[in-house]
Write a protein that binds this ligand. Sequence first.
Ligand SMILES: Nc1nc2c(ncn2[C@@H]2O[C@H](COP(=O)(O)OP(=O)(O)OP(=O)(O)O)[C@@H](O)[C@H]2O)c(=O)[nH]1
Ligand SMILES: [Mg+2]
Length: 663
Amino acid sequence: MASISFCFCPHALARPRVRNPRRASPKKQQHRPRKSNPSPQLKVPTGAKELSSIGVEATTYTRLPPKEDFSLHSFDPSSLQFSSEVKLSDSGVAMEIGNETDRLSLSDEEEEDNGVDDNLGLNYGKFEIFEGNYDSEMEDEDYDSDEDEEEVKYGKSVNNYDGEAFYEDSRRDGGESPGFKDDQEVNFSDNDGCVEGEDVKEKGVPAVMRCFDRAKIFVKAGNGGNGVVAFRREKYVPLGGPSGGDGGRGGNVYIEVDGSMNSLLPFRNRVHFRAGRGSHGQGKMQAGAKGEDVVVKVAPGTVIREAGKDEVLLELLNAGQRALLLPGGRGGRGNASFKSGTNKVPRIAENGEEGPEMWLELELKLVADVGIVGAPNAGKSTLLSVISAAQPTIANYPFTTLLPNLGLVSFDYDSAMVVADLPGLLEGAHRGFGLGHEFLRHTERCSVLVHVVDGSSSQPEFEFDAVRLELELFNPELSEKPYIVAFNKMDLPEARENWPSFKKKLQDQGIKPFCMSAVQKEGTHEVICAAYEHLQESKVANEELIDPINLNHVADMVRKQRTASINEFEIFHDSGTNTWNIVGSGLQRFVQMTNWRYVDSERRFQHVLEACGVNKSLMKLGVKEGDTVIVGEMEMVWHDSADNSGLSNAKGSADSIKWPEWK
Ligand SMILES: Nc1nc2c(ncn2[C@@H]2O[C@H](COP(=O)(O)OP(=O)(O)OP(=O)(O)O)[C@@H](O)[C@H]2O)c(=O)[nH]1
Ligand SMILES: [Mg+2]
């Protein structure tokens, strides 16, 4: 026995044991069949999913900040313009793209997956009268209408063998139509999909500021389509054999960097991203179509974590980068795939595998070469406006800039750099003064910093020291980045007066400050050329450090988890309730993919439990008559035979027990 540990848990592999809501339907009671069923009652795992959302087309656009967002601060909304150089994307953001359509055969990778079950080498029984445990209204209705029919419905591609429309049933199973897209959900929840600083909601901060560089989204890969049981039935072709096709793979979830985005604001409008489910298989060996993929578009510089965890899953920096995050669930196999030398008439098919799902926290750290930092009102935005075509709002009061502005500074055709103008920093920002450290993370990716100091302030050197200290308190690495000091407002007499002492003080510390008048565009060129030089130096230094990264490592991890052997499980015992929990992702996946409607599935399940050593381990641990055993979504009752009970069964054969008895 071995335990498995995972960095994150796609919930599909460990769903709560819930009753199928449709079971309770009175209609179903009326239609419940007809034939006596000698097999014990199944407590069937939830196969049906509620259509929780309507397929509403999401509006994905970046809008200007709503006026009310700023009312609390009585700021001028018009001041929140982005630079003209790098604009917020205004369309096509966070769209899902259906890339692939029909699929008639399993891919290599899926065939590999199939091997997990194939290798069990078990004989799933011989030919016998089929009796299914029907579970849904649809099925019952179908059954009633088709019960005594022997006709072959070619027009609908239905091949009844014993007068039962198996694959039609299973195509409807789960209540979702093939390729159903419920991923276009618009969510205007309270938090607008933004991360709310974990427990404490940031009250009073305009939503646009909270959502600018943080978002929380839900992604789910598509479930695989179900395999079906069908038999070839043609005139003059007696015993045509099994012909149930496999279900299609569920859609994948991709994350792609869209170079036209520079904020995470679009995620205010859309939080849920679900890939389409694979279509169910059909008769005549027809495999179901693949589910539609979903592509979540993010801004360059987005860091992705699983919600509530510190570990970074992905860090996407360059436009066009695409990562496969969650692979869709495998399609269930149809009965044609179960045909073997000893079982030529298999009456068994699998459910599609559930696609993994997770909540993600997105954090944007702008990708800029140079970051302009400094105290409020120092002239940072003015500097950006004169060195680039950006038009940030400039005004003579602190905190004019609430969100970072980007501008592109081009020297000639070959050389250009992206410069970010950040909101002002105050002494005590680390304690939340001013805008706090909220936007300092955007400097983490900058190679060079430009400190703008208001030369006309009463003590410019203190202002400079305070900003340096705040940088260091936020992240010591920031204070180690190469930087330039630009003493601004030299057109004012106060600044000219302060300049000699400021210069001397910095020179004593080994720093060479620049002076400039941003308004008059004097000295700005020197500042920006010096920044560019530092940038080139740091690029050369960092070139060797860049390692190629496997962007699909999350998907690889999910796939690895899927191929976990069914022999790997752990048993947990609760002596208070006499409950035994068998935990193992291989077994749980097996339970989820078992379609309990087919009697052969039950037999196969018992074989698997025996073969992988669950029975033996339970007996060793002292399972007793009447104890509850839980495997994934299944709950069973353990029964010892009269002559062989308790630990004495430890080495007993499977014949010594009659289990499971379904609750
Ligand atoms: N006289 C003079 N005024 C300047 C100069 N540079 C900026 N200013 C003025 O200083 C005020 C603040 O300029 P901004 O560029 O908005 O300053 P900021 O650092 O971006 O301010 P916040 O966004 O609030 O942090 C504006 O009134 C500018 O016109 C300069 O070189 N000389
Ligand atoms: Mg500004």
